[in-house]
Ligand binder design. Structure first.
Ligand code: ZN
Length: 128
């Protein structure tokens, strides 16, 4: 499910601010790359997806609960989303990109939650 929207989510804005604070340049909504990563730097070969917990089914997250009505529909739809995510990530990796998926709920904690910040740092500064 590609979200159709014009505005950045709060989570994406936080990730963008974090990247700028760390002197990183990026482009938004990279439609010419597999899966249209939310943020990417093609010369440095990294891509970030900021995934909505519901649409992409964040494991163990309370925002990822399947609705109690039309359960079959949602289960199938979200399973399709997950399969597509995995395929697009694979395509990006095949193009030589390092890929990071940040869940919306994690990204909203950036600056508070050390773990998401350190995952971002590792993406941008891979061990040699
Ligand atoms: Zn979540």
């Amino acid at each position: 499910m590609r979200r159709v929207r014009r505005q950045d989510t709060a989570a994406e804005l936080l990730v963008q601010r974090w990247l700028r604070m760390h002197g990183q340049r990026y482009r938004k909504r990279n439609r010419d790359l597999p899966g249209s990563p939310d943020l990417a730097n093609r010369s440095k070969r990294w891509a970030i997806f900021v995934h909505g917990c519901f649409w992409h089914s964040h494991p163990g997250c309370k925002r990822a609960t399947i609705p109690k009505t039309n359960t079959d529909f949602w289960t199938r739809k979200i399973a399709d989303n997950r399969a597509r995510d995995a395929r697009k990530e694979g395509d990006l990796i095949a193009l030589g990109f390092r890929v990071l998926v940040l869940w919306e709920c994690e990204a909203e904690q950036l600056g508070i939650n050390e773990r998401s910040a350190s995952r971002l740092f590792t993406l941008l500064h891979p061990p040699q």
